[in-house]
Design a protein around this ligand. Structure first.
Ligand SMILES: CC(C)(COP(=O)(O)OP(=O)(O)OC[C@H]1O[C@@H](n2cnc3c(N)ncnc32)[C@H](O)[C@@H]1OP(=O)(O)O)[C@@H](O)C(=O)NCCC(=O)NCCS
Length: 105
């Protein structure tokens, strides 16, 4: 139905959102927001200074979710994703960051 994953080793290291996914039939009901809240709170509990993620440039739903939650674009990886269709088409990856730690305030 839905899953999410966070890389957050602690000891002052930055956190990285590995994935967030909600099954199509359950999207638009606040589940993605709830999962993102859990990941951000887990990173804060482990004292991560910042949390990062990468998202496909065309993924408007996910980019809206992240922007709404204070993530800002810091970089673009050109042609990062390879798509099965159309053949050989590639997509850029948008790198986003949210500052969490007091050290950055
Ligand atoms: C991105 C995703 C996780 C959002 O999950 P969701 O449960 O549908 O999202 P929510 O219902 O919690 O909505 C939270 C916010 O996401 C954004 N959003 C969700 N659906 C959207 C849509 N169809 N169009 C634009 N923005 C959308 C909005 O900012 C929304 O806030 P709002 O309702 O106040 O406008 C979901 O669309 C998904 O699983 N997509 C496929 C997998 C994916 O792309 N994962 C991200 C990889 S980086």
């Amino acid at each position: 139905m839905a899953f999410a994953g966070l890389f957050c080793p602690g000891d002052g290291a930055d956190a990285d959102i590995q994935t967030i996914s909600v099954s199509a039939q359950y999207q638009g009901n606040g589940i993605g927001q709830g999962l993102l809240d859990l990941l951000i709170n887990a990173a804060i509990e482990r004292n991560a200074p910042a949390i990062f993620l990468e998202v496909r440039a065309e993924n408007e739903q996910a980019r809206a979710l992240y922007a709404k939650n204070g993530f800002t674009q810091i970089s673009v990886r050109k042609n990062y994703y390879q798509n099965a269709r159309p053949h050989n088409k590639r997509s850029d990856a948008i790198i986003m960051q949210k500052i969490l730690g007091a050290a950055h305030e």
